[in-house]
Design a protein around this ligand. Structure first.
Ligand code: ADP
Ligand code: ASP
Ligand code: MG
Length: 437
């Protein structure tokens, strides 16, 4: 059972988590995020320190500490547990204050980011202790590891977790941190923003759990982005493929990589609402449930690259050369379309864009469009269902579409549009494809 930032963000929410966890008959691993707002605050603190602005960093640290002092006053009541909770806050904020005084490094910034999940899990355990509920804290830094390419080492996670669980067969409640891990150099690292979902799925896969429940602030995966479109509805059932496409293409409810571990190990995933536990939510299994469009999502900050070359005409091996450039700079491509004399593709990581352009220019002329958005229409057999394209294009006729990707996967049709059209296109698709206004 994974609980996100909002689900742990208030003392009463933590109380609610306990009532959900203790209802379970099977043993549970509870994976917690940091309290909502904490990771953002820690990012800010790290940035201030990196920029040499220690005074502002100190102010942010103090503000965050006050928030935690306030939080524990609503979380625990007994004097002896209050003392323990205060000691935890002291330990972690002392650490942040020490970092202020020493020279900054990339590795230290990851240590800063880890404080949120360390705090939330320790405070939650103190609350369990106050209630007299037997439990065990499993430090994620002891089993969650990533390799040199930042890929989780599922084999080793499996071995380490099963050893720990074997030694603690009598326990029913285990608590661990989402998001944080150790990298190949043994340093504290993380699974990128929103990574607690990924932790939960990896843990579920590693222990062959009966289910991986993602508890959040909404009743499941909705048909459209509720942050952008007013009227959206939850989808009761979808396949791993559909959920993976939606997560990857911008549905924030799931971390982009969080589906593959569950999919590979065939663990059902449920998306549930902590604030409304009786709602059905979304069940994700191998079974899509129905044919047709399930949802649309948008992925921002996309850069489109067009390579035009007359040499491409009737030539073979051209695409390989282009792909090799992206491989060399470890930059993944999301969408691709080709014509006889040009290739258009999209990337979201522009860290090495300058070098990439330089190498691509040896093949032809290169045009770049920043500030694009990928709109993905996701469902079961969408590219084989006759009237979907008609409905799709019929509802967005006034929008300038830069690229279309159709047929690559039976679950996805993607469009690239200038970011300025994102809200409009999501709204129009809501009406045109789902009949929702
Ligand atoms: P948590 O802190 O629990 O991980 P997140 O904020 O990461 O929660 O994810 C939940 C949020 O995802 C929702 O509040 C919602 O605004 C957003 N979201 C974006 N797209 C979707 C979608 N298609 N369905 C449901 N929620 C979505
Ligand atoms: N606390 C981390 C973040 O805000 C991880 C998560 O919430 O999933 O990104
Ligand atoms: Mg999240």
């Amino acid at each position: 059972m994974k609980f996100g930032g909002t689900s742990v963000g208030k003392p009463e929410r933590m109380h609610q988590i306990v009532s959900l966890v203790t209802k379970e008959t099977e043993p549970v691993i509870v994976v917690l995020s940091a309290l909502s707002g904490t990771t953002n605050a820690l990012v800010e603190i790290g940035n201030h320190i990196a920029n040499g602005d220690r005074q502002t960093a100190k102010q942010s640290i103090d503000r965050l500490e006050a928030h935690y002092q306030n939080f524990i006053s609503g979380l625990v009541k007994k004097p002896e547990t209050i003392v323990k909770a205060k000691a935890i806050i002291f330990e972690h904020f002392e650490f942040l204050n020490i970092i202020l005084k020493i020279s900054f490094s990339e590795a230290l910034s990851k240590d800063i980011l880890a404080q949120g999940e360390l705090l939330s899990t320790k405070l939650f355990c103190i609350y369990l202790e106050e209630l007299g509920l037997d439990h065990l804290l499993l430090p994620a830094l002891e089993f969650m590891t990533i390799d040199n390419y930042d890929e989780p080492q599922i084999g080793s996670i499996k071995v380490k977790l099963s050893q720990i669980l074997k030694k603690n067969k009598n326990k029913k409640i285990f608590v661990t941190q989402g998001y944080i891990c150790r990298n190949a150099r043994g340093e504290v690292d993380n699974l990128k923003r929103g990574g607690s979902d990924y932790s939960a799925s990896l843990i579920a896969a590693a222990i062959n759990a009966s289910v991986c429940e993602i508890w959040t602030d909404i009743d499941g995966m909705h048909n459209n982005d509720p942050r952008v479109v007013k009227k959206t509805v939850p989808v009761e059932q979808m396949s791993f493929e559909e959920a993976a496409e939606l997560a990857y293409f911008g549905a924030k409810i799931l971390h982009p990589a969080s589906i593959w571990p569950a999919q590979q190990y065939k663990i059902p995933v449920k998306l549930l609402n902590t604030m409304q536990p009786e709602a059905k939510g979304t069940t994700i299994t191998e079974d899509a449930g129905s044919v047709g469009v399930k949802a649309v999502a948008a992925k921002d900050s996309i850069t489109a690259i067009r390579i035009k070359s007359s040499r491409m005409l009737l030539a073979y091996g051209f695409l390989r050369k282009i792909f090799e450039v992206f491989e060399k700079y470890r930059t993944s491509i999301d969408m691709i379309t080709t014509s006889e004399v040009a290739v258009s593709l999209t990337i979201d990581n522009i860290a090495n864009l300058k070098e990439i352009i330089k190498e691509l220019e040896t093949f032809g002329t290169v045009e770049i469009d920043h500030n694009q958005t990928i709109i993905s229409v996701v469902g079961n057999q969408v590219s084989e269902t006759a009237d979907i394209l008609k409905k799709l294009f019929g509802s967005i006729m006034n929008i300038p579409v830069r690229m279309v990707s159709y047929g690559g996967s039976p679950h996805n049709i993607s469009l690239l549009v200038p970011a300025a059209f994102k809200t409009q296109i999501l709204q129009q698709l809501n009406k045109g494809m789902f009949g929702l206004e």
